[in-house]
Design a protein around this ligand. Structure first.
Ligand SMILES: *[C@@H]1O[C@H](CO)[C@@H](O)[C@H](O)[C@H]1NC(C)=O
Ligand SMILES: *[C@@H]1O[C@H](CO)[C@@H](O)[C@H](O)[C@H]1NC(C)=O
Ligand SMILES: *[C@@H]1O[C@H](CO)[C@@H](O)[C@H](O)[C@H]1NC(C)=O
Ligand SMILES: *[C@@H]1O[C@H](CO)[C@@H](O)[C@H](O)[C@H]1NC(C)=O
Ligand SMILES: *[C@@H]1O[C@H](CO)[C@@H](O)[C@H](O)[C@H]1NC(C)=O
Ligand SMILES: *[C@@H]1O[C@H](CO)[C@@H](O)[C@H](O)[C@H]1NC(C)=O
Length: 508
């Protein structure tokens, strides 16, 4: 195929509506919406060999559209993937590993969560990957088109409904299998990690513990500074090369002044090998912004194909190209060479499509416009992105325009907590691992301190976005091998303690 969309199924390509704000500002600014976790990438990569790697059965389960009302609403089919090959069954209290599906096609998460598949045999565990409602094949109202029609039909797309889906599904499945006594262990990465942690807190009777990897449950309100995310991205570039950081920082002005020239947009479209001529500089700026943010997330020490096919240490490679461009290259030519590592590593892309539409009817954008309001700023001194102060009113207006919905920025902390989390969880929560790699920009909004004997933070300095959940490889660095070993030990402890309690109950 002949575009940057080469290996992805693109579901929506809509015209980018410029935020009204951007035309008033002279400067570019980071996308009005927070950086999506996975964005358009969370669709399966078409690589048949991946699907052969893990075997599972695909099943569907009928769910109420609304778990929290008794209205007579249509039900929908939730997809879930199941593997019982290694499960030792109810008689031996075989554990059930449940990955909390996040904002994308569940097969894609199954393929990219090798850790669960790697460790299931030694635990004699069943593997379950339920899909998150409104994603993949789990569409209410029969189709994506109907489900995403308007604010009324989208209203059932919430984290609370998704957690209730998981709880209802696992309870029903256990009943069907007479496996009520089997311990459930939750796994999740990114938003899925947030769901895993929240599920352990909300449904402690359903699951014995949760491994929440790269789960930014504190990226709300003012719990962490709004500059955190972009500062971490920027530092990931700075640590590779300060001139690379400077070139990127200076490129926004270069972009803007180029765009203001007569024929500037045409020239920019040529410099960046775009398939279609730009209608605004903002579109290109968002495209670059996405590349840098995603690069920081998947800055893995070995070649990977999570969001895009990439070399190991991809930011190092980007900076090598930016710094190593032929003498006399302009800033924008350097930038083009750099981001080509992200968008065209395979060298198979003929031209780039700027289809990263931040205002499309995309599930995460709806979630960001309702519950998942994550304030983001870009500090003028420490960030390599254009300076930007979080502007809630502008954000809200964007949501009202795009979805006819008004966000509830305080709801998540009301529902799940977040403020003063150390003290709160110390006295009532247990059995959660918050794992984070500090290179991951989402790590700044996550739990990075041990809270109690059983609420543990595992940090790796060189890790990126939920790298621990990926399949083990021979080239895994020692710190990653160690991190996974600690996780396995902790999970064993949860199961051991659970079965001890079960035995004690039976003996009474
Ligand atoms: C959304 O679409 C549904 C189905 O077409 C319709 O019944 C409902 O009134 C619409 N709601 C809004 C707010 O437009
Ligand atoms: C449990 O069994 C019933 C009856 O066969 C079935 O309808 C339901 O989907 C099963 N539950 C799960 C979670 O598969
Ligand atoms: C992608 O890389 C190949 C090989 O370097 C190059 O020929 C092609 O022009 C690049 N595509 C774009 C859109 O820049
Ligand atoms: C940025 O640095 C300048 C010069 O060091 C300082 O005066 C200014 O207050 C800083 N701005 C911010 C937002 O920290
Ligand atoms: C938390 O405690 C565990 C041991 O249970 C330790 O391995 C880990 O390094 C600690 N985490 C932090 C952030 O101190
Ligand atoms: C098991 O339970 C004991 C007693 O409640 C506790 O001290 C210990 O930390 C638990 N172990 C794990 C791994 O959760």
């Amino acid at each position: 195929m002949a575009s940057s969309t080469v290996s992805f199924i693109i579901i929506i390509i809509t015209t980018v509506l410029l935020p009204s704000l951007s035309s008033q500002l002279s400067d570019l600014f980071p996308s009005n919406n927070p950086p999506p976790f996975l964005g358009k990438h969370s669709h399966p990569i078409k690589q048949p060999n991946h699907h052969q790697q893990y075997r599972y059965e695909t099943r569907y389960f009928s769910q109420p559209l609304d778990h929290f009302s008794f209205l007579d609403l249509p039900r929908f089919r939730q997809r879930y993937l199941i593997n019982t090959e290694h499960w030792v069954g109810p008689s031996r209290s075989g554990p059930i590993f449940l990955y909390c599906g996040n904002e994308g096609d569940i097969e894609w998460f199954a393929v990219n969560t090798g850790f669960v598949w790697d460790i299931a045999p030694r635990f004699g565990a069943m593997i379950l990957f339920p899909e998150h409602r409104y994603y993949g094949d789990s569409m209410p109202f029969g189709s994506k088109e109907e489900a995403y029609r308007n604010a009324t039909t989208l209203s059932y797309l919430t984290a609370e409904q998704a957690l209730a889906d998981f709880a209802v599904l696992i309870t029903d499945l256990k009943k069907n299998l007479s496996a009520e006594g089997c311990p459930v262990v939750l796994f999740g990465g990114s938003y899925g990690g947030m769901l895993a942690a929240w599920m352990r807190l909300k449904y402690p009777h359903v699951a014995v513990g949760a491994l929440a990897s790269s789960a930014p449950i504190l990226q709300f309100e003012d719990i962490v500074p709004p500059e955190t995310f972009y500062n971490i991205v920027s530092n990931s570039f700075k640590r590779e090369s300060s001139s690379c950081f400077d070139t990127i920082k200076n490129s926004w002005n270069a972009l803007r002044s180029e765009g203001q020239k007569e024929d500037g947009l045409k020239q920019l479209s040529k410099t960046f090998h775009l398939c279609r001529e730009l209608t605004s500089v903002q579109g290109l700026s968002d495209w670059l912004d996405s590349a840098y943010s995603y690069l920081a997330m998947v800055n893995y020490p070995y070649p990977s194909n999570f969001l895009m096919p990439l070399p190991g240490h991809p930011i190092r490679e980007v900076c090598k190209r930016i710094d190593g461009s032929p003498a006399g290259s302009s800033i924008l030519e350097r930038i083009f060479n750099g981001v080509s590592v992200y968008y065209n590593y395979t060298g198979e892309v003929d031209c780039f499509q700027l289809d990263d539409d931040p205002h499309g009817m995309d599930g995460w954008n709806w979630q960001a416009c309702t519950e998942m309001v994550m304030p983001m700023s870009s500090d003028q001194n420490t960030s390599m992105f254009p300076a930007y102060d979080w502007d809630y009113s502008a954000f809200r207006e964007g949501c009202q325009r795009d979805f006819q919905v008004t966000p509830r920025p305080r709801w998540i902390t009301t529902e799940f907590g977040g403020h003063d989390i150390e003290h709160v969880l110390k006295s009532f929560g247990s059995n959660i691992i918050f794992s984070n790699g500090l290179l991951d920009p989402w790590s700044g909004g996550s739990v990075l301190k041990n809270i109690s004997e059983t609420i543990i933070a595992l940090i790796t300095k060189e890790g990126a976005h939920h790298i621990d959940l990926r399949a083990s490889l021979t080239e895994d660095p020692d710190w990653l091998v160690e991190q996974r070993a600690t996780e396995i030990k902790l999970i064993q402890g949860w199961i051991y303690n659970y079965s001890k309690k079960m035995k004690a109950t039976f003996e009474i």
